[in-house]
Design a protein around this ligand. Sequence first.
Ligand code: ISL
Length: 553
Amino acid sequence: MAPDVDAGAADPVPWWQEAVFYQIYPRSFADASGDGVGDLEGIRTHLDDLVWLGVDALWLSPFFPSPMADFGYDVADYCDVDPLFGSLATFDALVAEAHARGLRVIIDWVPNHTSIEHPWFLDAASSPTAEHRSWYVWRDPTPDGRPPNNWVAAFDLSAPAWTFHEPTGQWYLHLFEEAQPDLNWDEPAVEAAMHATLRFWLDRGVDGFRADVVHAIGKDPALPDDPPEHAGIPHCALNDVPVTHERLRAIRRLLEEYPGERMMVGEVYLLTTEAISTYYGDGDEAHLAFNFPALLAPWRADRWRACIEETARCLDPRGAWPTWVLSNHDNPRHRTRYDRSAARAGEDPATTARRSEARARAAAVLLCTLRGTPFLYQGEELGLADAEVPADRVVDPGGRDGCRAPLPWDAGEGHGWPTGDGVGPWLPLPPECGTRNRAAQRDDPASVLHLYRRLLGLRHATPALTHGALTLLEAPEGVLAYRRGDGPGACAVWINMTGDPVEVAGPGAGGVAVPGAGGTVLLASDDPDAGGPFTGRLGPDAAVVVQIQTSLQ
Ligand code: ISL
């Protein structure tokens, strides 16, 4: 490696540490068939757009046959494609064309529960002695006719996580919807069958999996009541038990039988970094795990500083590699989240309108310059906010329709989605799609889309930003600052999380801050032409990446 760029890793690192992932929610990405629901062919035809953006890997949310009670997270067949999205042939073409462009593809794997329409459950529910009965979690009625324990179902915290099945006289467990019965992973046949589903897709060439609520595949067999301090918290408080780690190690071994560094990112929905970090094991469980405290953190420098410190404290001793996510299909988009929390804190609407996009731009710099693998959620590259979904268009039982609005592709009437009598996108489009569409932003070098492209280009060209150590720097109140890398090629990043301009110190020598200039601006969130010596001045909600001057190392 050339001496002027040696701030990165000494040894080759696995691809999933260097990659930038892009989450595709297939229903809302692009609609090739014109039925108002996105599909695999829509993704295939936009692969070049994703290459242009500069992402390295795609994560596809579920596209398997499903009655769609939870929009595909209720799987009726793990080894096929729902006709709504295409066919296995479309999937194969998509993967082949992605690979030909150097894009990796990981897919969602939903191991905790199936659909109520999965043949395994249909058989299980047919009789107490059915072959697949033990594949799900059944309990006898209690004498007082109440559910077997006090667990509540996600999405409706007033409802039990159990449904009484009249025909066979027992309750079945569902941590999510009634239509999503939990599999019983204590049954060895379940583990074997689910391993077979992994092999099915590995054999078709996928590069890995995003494992849905994977911490829940192990459960305390006593299914104890949730203690009172967990009252009303669904599925996350319990189910952090040792057997799950054994099961993850078995999955890891399976992945390692295949060539090509196949990987798994765990959706471990336990809400502390400490708990989540244990699912990396000793480098023998999940390769990556989502870090939910960061996703839920507000736009505040002190909170982010704490989150970065906590992530290093929990992950570094294990040699575990962090992930960073600001938005996904389950939570309001970060732009909307930051706006709402600012409004709650008393920010007036005019100020929110002025700060909103600036915050989203600076957040992009944060996401793409932290040490760890960033996951982008489709549409954040356009600076999208959540759609307003009128009551008569609400379809998700979990209230998550707003962040799942279809992606606007162009300025035309339907913005890339069908229009006309009785046809239209399955959800309303997001706000401002006259300007927040891909075609318009592609033509505008000052757009959020171009900012993401510049950021990803910079990240790929700058080893310090990918592999370099992260050191938090002193900064004025409301500003987050860190250095990436130690030697030549090191960078410093400042993120002003306040609505006022600030003057910051330079990166300095050996971590000691020096006032004023200290390097060359590589990128700024608020100026597409930024460059030259860093003046130390930052605009409101602005972020800047600076190459530290060698003389100041
Ligand atoms: O959606 C949530 C908050 O709004 C989370 O509690 C969510 O239930 C949790 O992140 C688990 O999510 C995953 O599994 C669910 C599915 O509905 C989500 O879309 C998926 O990401 C059940 O499969």
